[in-house]
Design a protein around this ligand. Structure first.
Ligand code: MTE
Ligand code: MO
Length: 333
């Protein structure tokens, strides 16, 4: 492999993993002297290659859905094997290939998704109700990870506001708190700090009520026309396309409406690096890397390295910037 081909910017995501690992090792009192950045980054690249060679990840059953014109963006889709094989789901490991390799054991039937808190009609959706209670739509969305890589994903799901309106939020519902399944027997990262990246589990996220009610905010139950595979957050996960990917909490078991702003996992882990809002913003850099551009995850392997400018609100500014009118985006990142 020709090492010289790649710049520091090209290995951003991998470098993040290295630094997180080093921080955890230090926190555990284990010296970092044996780890070197180029080696660690290289190892991650190699395992990405390895991921590409794996048999395709198990996919769910075909879904029935419409393709409303307004959500059919003319964008080149990221190949399916990348969307289901290059993942962040730390409950199953830090490497991009880990979730596809390790999430197959996750039990998603039966499933219960509870909606409660500041609502007049609390409700619970079963696994089947997630795909049958609301008409499903295919929506082609940009997806931008805070690690500065991006994909174009054909999700299948429904606007979250349909579910929230069914639950009838009270006037005290100012925020929506989301929680991922907590099941350490099936999620090795919840049992082992090394595998789980030192995050606190269950993974939690949150939105302001107006963000949650925005028509773009999707509860996704499928991708590429089929039910979500576990590594993408089966049976249901959040997709907020103008936010960094970490807001898109996976395998949700609880949606709670509440008056107080809920804690959020990455913000808890490093508040100076990951904000509550997490709006995609090329003008607000991460303290350790630029957010001005992003690496496009393409069809090829390691040599398929394309960067493009990152767009404010990930290209959805026309639709969502009114949500943040008067908010200082530099301070509220
Ligand atoms: N429960 C849970 N949800 C999660 C994560 C995670 O580690 N655990 N990772 C987040 C991050 S950082 C990203 S970029 C997206 C990745 O979604 P994908 O693997 O479907 O592309 O999921 C988000 N949701
Ligand atoms: Mo991410």
């Amino acid at each position: 492999m020709k090492k010289k081909t790649f710049t520091e910017a090209d290995i951003t995501a991998e470098a993040v993993f290295f630094m997180q690992r080093r921080r955890i090792l230090q926190a555990l009192g284990i010296g970092s002297g044996t780890l070197m950045l180029p080696g660690a980054a290289q190892a991650n690249f190699l395992s990405w290659f390895k991921g590409n060679d794996r048999p395709p990840a198990p996919m769910g059953e075909a879904l029935t859905f419409s393709k409303p014109e307004k959500w059919q963006a003319a964008l080149p889709l990221t190949p399916e094997d990348k969307i289901v094989g290059y993942n962040n789901f730390y409950e199953f490991g830090l490497d991009k290939a880990d979730p596809a390799a390790n999430a197959g054991r996750l039990t998603t039937t039966p499933w219960q998704l509870k909606v409660d808190g500041e609502v007049a009609r609390p409700l619970t959706l079963s696994h089947d109700e997630l795909t049958s209670r609301y008409p499903l739509e295919e929506r082609i969305y940009r997806m931008r990870c805070v690690e500065a890589w991006s994909m174009i994903v054909p999700w299948v799901g429904f606007s979250l506001h349909r579910l929230l309106k069914d639950a009838a939020p009270t006037s005290r519902a100012k925020y929506v708190a989301f929680q991922t399944l907590f099941r350490p027997e099936e999620m090795p990262g919840q049992k082992d700090r090394f595998i789980g990246g030192g995050l606190t589990y269950p993974y939690v996220e949150g939105l302001r009520i107006d963000e949650a009610m925005h028509p773009l905010t999707l509860l996704a139950v499928g991708v590429y026309g089929k039910a979500l595979p576990p590594q993408n957050g089966a049976p249901a996960r959040l997709v907020v396309p103008w936010n960094y990917g970490f807001k898109g909490i996976k395998s949700i078991v609880s949606i709670r409406l509440q008056e107080a702003r809920p804690p959020t996992t990455w913000h808890l882990s490093a508040p100076d690096e990951y904000g509550f809002y997490a709006n995609v913003n090329p003008h607000v850099d991460h303290p350790r890397w630029s957010q001005a551009t992003e690496r496009v995850i393409g069809a090829g392997g390691i040599l398929d390295v394309k960067r493009q400018p990152t767009l404010l609100f990930n290209g959805y500014a026309d639709s969502v910037s009114p949500l943040y009118h008067g908010l200082n985006l530099q301070e509220n990142f």
